[in-house]
Ligand binder design. Structure first.
Ligand code: SF4
Ligand code: SF4
Length: 182
């Protein structure tokens, strides 16, 4: 025969956590109706940045693709031509894709990028209904043109030497960094 403890106390004790939790503050987040800001250095969707005259920072070197542990990046570089350049370097990224079905948002690619062309934004709403739509093309990743920028291709518009260009020492007053990179 069950003791008094087993028949009376144990069933109540079994619900102890439930009863205690009923009177605690609720932490449920009302996403997507109430969106909380992410930490400033959160690793979200990538962005391909621009120089202040609108040229692309990406030089098509593929270092980001080689650094990626998930094989999520595909880059094809091409040569620039004088007067019709896409980036200030010898080459630019003609094809640039990130496959968000593979990407684990680890950030190794942005560490590998020598020109700060590739950075990550705070955007995290990447879910979609088809596999194709989760392969982001260059046009999906490029930073928008800010005031003072011109859509490439065009010649380098800042400074008289390469050093001036990269230091932003001469030229019209333009924003220091392209499209809100961090
Ligand atoms: S964040 Fe990581 S997994 Fe995603 S593309 Fe960059 S290196 Fe690859
Ligand atoms: S994003 Fe950076 S690392 Fe990747 S190809 Fe362009 S310049 Fe090279």
């Amino acid at each position: 025969m069950a003791s008094v403890k087993e028949s009376l106390w144990d069933p109540v004790a079994g619900f102890g956590v439930t009863f205690r939790t009923m009177f605690r503050k609720v932490f449920t987040e009302q996403y997507p109706f109430d969106k909380k800001p992410t930490a400033p250095r959160f690793h979200g969707r990538h962005q391909l940045n621009r120089w202040p005259d609108g040229l692309e920072k990406c030089i098509g070197c593929e270092l980001c693709a080689w650094a990626c542990p998930a094989d999520a990046i595909y880059v094809e570089g091409a040569d620039n031509t004088e007067g019709g350049r896409m980036s200030p370097g010898e080459r630019y990224g003609r094809v640039y894709q990130i496959n968000y079905l593979r990407c684990i948002l680890c950030g190794l690619c942005i560490e590998a990028c020598p020109t700060r062309a590739l950075t990550m934004t705070n955007e995290y709403e990447l879910a979609d209904r088809s596999r194709e739509s989760l392969i982001y093309e260059k046009k999906d990743l490029l930073a928008p043109l800010l005031p003072g920028m011109e859509e490439p291709p065009h010649a380098m518009q800042l400074g008289t030497t390469d050093k001036d260009y990269y230091l932003g020492l001469t030229g019209a007053a333009v924003p220091a960094e392209g499209g809100g990179e961090k």
